[in-house]
Design a protein around this ligand. Sequence first.
Ligand SMILES: C[S@@+](CC[C@H](N)C(=O)[O-])C[C@H]1O[C@@H](n2cnc3c(N)ncnc32)[C@H](O)[C@@H]1O
Length: 247
Amino acid sequence: MNVNSVKMSNQCAYKKPQISFKCLRREVCTNMLINRNDTCFFRDGDLIKRLVDYLVKKFECVSKVNLYSYGCSIGEEAYSFLMYLVSKFPNDVVEKFTPIIAKDKDSFIIEEASANKPHIICTEEYENILKFTNNKYDRFLKENQGQVTIKDIIRNKVKFDVADITNDYVNINPDNSVVLMRNFLPYLNGNIDRWTLIRNLGKHLNSNSYLMIGEFDVRGTEWKVTNEIIDSGFERTEIEYLFKKKD
Ligand SMILES: C[S@@+](CC[C@H](N)C(=O)[O-])C[C@H]1O[C@@H](n2cnc3c(N)ncnc32)[C@H](O)[C@@H]1O
């Protein structure tokens, strides 16, 4: 299968087909991450939607929430969170959750994210953006000759930085924080690093804070990670993969 054959398939044909190797990889290798920076807008979109709704409610009486997106890649996770949040909630709620602190240990990727380098999206992402923004694609994204960049309305609400969570966790505010560390735990240096990180987060965060992992983390660690999180002082919430630090 080559790029052209995917290009012609119905799956990748929307009003302005934008196919990339990234898209090709995803469609050929369903559910497999073969590039370590790979992500997309509204990956697990329904989960992101439920997460945002849940957090808005849980933090109703709090004036500031510290939201961290670790392993942020070029920012799709943070921007997806924001697109849904801005589409659904009033300004004061948006202000409460922003800026999102987005960090990745890959300095090249952070350079690209900070410079608003064009994103390449495929059909599924395009359709999800419409779905979760009430068809307001143009409110958030700008297209120029097939290249997609982020509009200031959400771009200004994300602060990118280079950091490795295994030592940067000390810079997380222990209170009223939500730490997204999704879909990179299997890439850490084996079980020891993962265990140490999770235990450190368990000691560092207070009981008004949350930790979220991704499906890939669970599958890629043979489900061990969930027990490690619970053993480190967290409890499950009604949102899959979201854990709350215990009182
Ligand atoms: C597959 S992407 C996941 C992106 C996004 N979180 C998601 O769920 O779609 C993994 C990213 O995690 C980053 N990463 C891996 N280990 C990390 C670490 N120890 N600290 C911070 N980022 C890390 C990689 O550089 C890569 O950009």
